[in-house]
Design a protein around this ligand. Structure first.
Ligand code: WTA
Length: 635
């Protein structure tokens, strides 16, 4: 990781950028929101179709269980699809997709809506009802957003599990969500290889019994086992009369949803125990996501927008699927790896499809930077107007490369700080914001962020502290599915009255925020969020392991890499190849992204007297850094 503090200074936007931007009065908007937060968000909510208007914008009577647009009735899918289909956007492209092998598919708003309607009919006919949970575990293909939208259209709650996760991660998420239906593919293509998704589903389902139906999209064509009465091919279902109305039309009534009805749950890693499902809703999430996307990425009617994330993470939910469709945007989606077959794939796609707005992650930039400028320089990238970054702090060297080599020093970089829990951008530049490389700049209008000390008191400018948010926002998580106590304890207990982000940060004299990183047991590997607890429990599930501790250490490309320490069960002698076997085991249970870089077999782990592993001590030792306060250490 490049740690140089270089690249100081401010990069102001060009006068043309400011002049043409949808929002170029950020400070005015921020002041308006400060004066009347509810009115500010109410004005944004009026951009959408509501079947019934709200009676109250924000209900703060039972904190931290805030409610937005109380009494309002809508459906996010109505605003993503139905209303566009009734307008001139009917024939506008909603989605352009390219496979790893170069095959192309496009969907107009009409075509996308039609597919969603038919699949929604299929789900309904299988008995899926409002409030039911459906797990989606797929590769990056158009049927993934189609499945999400079809669920939301009929009021079912989708739980997308990232296609890079594996058996135990999938099993835990299906079981916790109590899904009756799983939607998957035979396999997915990544880097020229097949990931056997259906086989992983089969193995996961052996460990849980709630699932009645599995719907399988054929993507790779490799042989899979189809269990009679449980497993169905997507295409076959879509060709049945159940995909249509009684009169044979490919239409489907959109369910009317209360603004506070759940839209989706998304599992993310936390400090302890099993992963938790963050719950988002139809109304507030819709308003927050669309407003932030429009103002920050300055999306105009004629733009082509590409977010490289996977729909299986929050970035994909908010800014590949829901946000762009709410705005009636044309999005591009690519199935595969950025280096397939060569490291110019992304740059060639930007040129081929004339992408104007490009949103990616620092880890990807660092990974592609390594192949040199010649790859992007072979392509005409002049269509680009705005760039974006998310997932971790962007180091100065990567920022410079992104800005100069990809954006040709013309395109501002929107370094957006936010979380699965926040649903929408929280601290972010807008096109008019003068940029400081490495800083996500300032809170979005209506958002109040602060850096505080142990006691919740604001620290002075320049000092490091805990990042908290002080006012509710419409796309905020409503709870942790089935675990409201954990919601309160995890986010609202440490600093009463404030939402604790789990991040540390500094704020400089100009009010710019500099995110430092996680202060809990979450590790960001290549921008992916993983919990030490899940990795440790995968290790302990191996017959030779008694105890395990996982930590993140700095890595040049991934940002952080996982290192694990294990104590073997008594009587087990370490043998050659055991560490590799354990790494493979974690890969099999959790997925390749969770596979530790290195596993060390030890006799002891540093613990507090109460038996808690002191990962901070392991981290310091691994890096030859001072071990800090050891008064609670038992060793
Ligand atoms: C980190 C991803 C610095 C941060 C949208 C946060 C960032 C966690 C940035 C959430 C950024 C995200 N600069 N750090 N621009 N964006 N983070 O839930 O630590 O996968 O708490 O959501 O990513 O990760 P999550």
């Amino acid at each position: 990781m490049v740690t140089d503090q270089g690249l100081r200074g401010i990069f102001p936007p060009s006068p043309e950028t400011v002049e043409s931007a949808i929002v170029n009065n950020r400070d005015v908007l921020a002041r308006m929101a400060d004066q009347d937060l509810q009115r500010f968000w109410e004005d944004q909510a009026k951009e959408f179709v509501w079947f019934e208007p709200w009676t109250k914008v924000l209900d703060e009577s039972n904190p931290p269980f805030y409610k937005w647009f109380v009494g309002g009735v809508t459906n996010i899918v109505y605003n993503c699809l139905d209303r566009h289909v009734q307008s001139w956007r009917r024939n506008k492209l909603a989605l352009i997709w390219e496979s790893e092998s170069g095959e192309q598919r496009t969907f107009s708003y009409h075509a996308l809506s039609r597919e969603v309607c038919m699949f929604a009919n299929v789900l309904r006919s299988m008995g899926v009802r409002k409030g039911d949970r459906v797990t989606i575990y797929m590769g990056r293909i158009p049927e993934l957003p189609i499945a999400m939208l079809a669920c939301a259209k009929i009021g079912a709650v989708h739980s997308v599990v990232y296609g890079g996760f594996s058996v135990e991660a999938l099993h835990g998420r299906i079981e916790d969500s109590r899904s009756n239906v799983v939607i998957t593919c035979d396999g997915s293509f990544m880097n020229g290889k097949i990931v056997e998704l259906k086989a992983i589903v089969d193995e996961a389902l052996k460990r849980c019994a709630t699932v009645e139906h599995v719907i399988v999209v054929k993507r790779t064509g490799q042989p899979v086992v189809m269990e009679n009465g449980r497993d169905y091919w997507y295409t076959e279902l879509m060709n049945l009369p159940i995909a249509r109305t009684a009169s044979g039309a490919s239409r489907c009534e959109t369910e009317e949803m209360d603004a506070e009805d759940p839209l989706f749950m998304l599992y993310t890693s936390g400090t302890t125990g099993k992963p938790k499902a963050i719950l988002h809703t139809h109304g507030g999430y819709m308003v927050g996501v669309a407003t932030t996307l429009k103002w920050v990425f300055d999306i105009k009617e004629e733009d082509r927008y590409w977010c490289t994330a996977d729909p299986g993470w929050i970035t994909g939910h908010s800014y590949i699927v829901y946000g762009p469709l709410l705005l009636g945007t044309t999005s591009f989606m690519y199935e595969g790896a950025p280096t397939y077959p060569y490291p110019n794939r992304w740059w060639s796609l930007i040129e081929k499809y004339g992408i104007n707005i490009f949103y990616t992650a620092p880890t990807a930039i660092r990974g592609l930077m390594r192949f040199g400028e010649a790859w992007p320089n072979r392509h005409d990238l002049s269509s680009l107007r705005l760039l974006g970054s998310v997932g971790e702090p962007i180091n100065p060297e990567a920022w410079r490369w992104y800005y100069e080599v990809i954006g040709k020093s013309r395109c501002p970089i929107m370094d957006t700080w936010w979380q699965t829990e926040t649903g929408m951008f929280m601290i972010t530049p807008m096109p008019e914001t003068p940029l400081k490389p490495g800083s996500a700049s300032k809170p979005f209008p209506g958002i109040e962020a602060q850096v505080v000390d142990e006691n919740g008191k604001a620290v002075a400018a320049g000092e490091e502290g805990y990042l908290v948010l002080k006012r509710p926002w419409p796309a905020m998580l409503r709870t942790i599915y089935n675990d409201p106590d954990r919601y309160v304890n995890q986010y609202w207990a440490r600093f009463p009255g404030m939402y604790f982000t789990g991040d540390s940060a500094r704020r400089d004299e100009d009010g710019y925020f500099w995110i430092i990183g996680r202060v809990d047991d979450v590790i960001k590997v290549s921008g992916y969020r993983l919990g030490t607890a899940e990795i440790e429990s995968a290790l302990v599930s191996h017959p030779t392991v008694a105890e395990a501790a996982a930590i993140g250490l700095p890595h040049d490309i991934k940002g952080n890499a996982i290192y694990a320490y294990v104590i073997l069960r008594s009587g087990v002698e370490p043998y050659e190849g055991l560490p590799d076997e354990l790494r493979a085991h974690v890969g099999h249970e959790m997925g390749p992204i969770a596979r530790p870089e290195k596993i060390t077999i030890v006799n002891q782990l540093p613990k507090t007297r109460s038996g808690k592993i002191m990962r901070r001590v392991l981290k310091a030792r691994a890096q030859d850094l001072p071990e800090g306060d050891l008064t609670t250490l038992e060793e």
